[in-house]
Design a protein around this ligand. Sequence first.
Ligand SMILES: *Cc1c(COP(=O)(O)O)cnc(C)c1O
Ligand code: SF4
Length: 337
Amino acid sequence: MENSSKITLTELLHRFDIDSEKILKVATVYPFRISAYYAGLIKAPFDPIWRQSVPSPEELYDTVQLADPLDEVRLSPVPGLIHRYPDRAVLLVSNYCATYCRFCMRKRQVGCPMGKTDLSAALDYIASTPELHDIILSGGDPLMLDDEQLHNILSALRKIPHLDIIRIGSRMPVTDPSRITLKLCKMLAEHHPIYLNTHFNHPMELTTEAEKVCCMLSDHGITLGNQTVLLKGVNDNSKTLHQLFAGLLRFRVRPYYLHQMDLVRGTAHFRTPLEKGRELIGGLRGKISGMAIPHFVVDLPGGKGKVPILPDTLHRGGNDWLIKTYSGELVKYKDPA
Ligand SMILES: *Cc1c(COP(=O)(O)O)cnc(C)c1O
Ligand code: SF4
């Protein structure tokens, strides 16, 4: 996006009076990019916005995890298309983002030029696979493409009669809301049903700018969901998640998934124990609107898929069930004979 302004890492470190060769070195391995808008949300070094976007030397300590633990490359019948589930597939349309998240699951490829991708081969595959009903545009961030490029892709997809819904995965409402223009919304609305899943991770991201563009997307009939990644030192406590999820509902965005961090190389310092997410989600039940509670999911290595990790509520008690309530009480429940 030629019109979206960004600032350099040196400028950012200078702004906060931080001099770190180590941080600059990380950016030579895993690319750095931040929009001027997102940088403006940083209040202090190492706050939740900083942690998400500024390189940490810890990224280089992690050498045991895999670059592609979800086996996305193996699950690609043609380059740029990940077909793991029978009825839906992910189409990678851009390797660029307005801001590179340090915990990105596609850390191996964001910020690098797209390899030899052949969009027409991917479109041919989708057209000749009638089981596919749901295509998810991802990357990178699909909204790094300009309106015309996006319109062309959406038009080509809409020519495929067996496709029902198109989803767009984009962090633009969070990292560069100015990309969400009235013109973009109108164009997207020509291709309904369109769903957009965005990616808010912290209440500091719930700005008036973000609210405005979420409402504009909703006003154009685009159904909004949110996928949060559970991140150590950023949002791994119940107060933060409560504020985030309640705030999202006010923005007309429905929390969809809370993701356990993938086992991606360079991201180990963000990972919480699996039990933590289950505890946090279980703790929200009863305290906040059910609409605000996403599924806590873990994407299993080897491309085995996403599995929800649910609170442990169902127990056997002789011939009856014992069900644990949100307040921890065990209540007897009998299935009718
Ligand atoms: C997450 C994902 C999907 C979509 O899964 P839903 O549970 O339907 O949101 C589809 N394909 C791949 C490869 C995925 O990683
Ligand atoms: S916006 Fe999404 S694809 Fe881009 S760096 Fe962040 S998590 Fe990765």
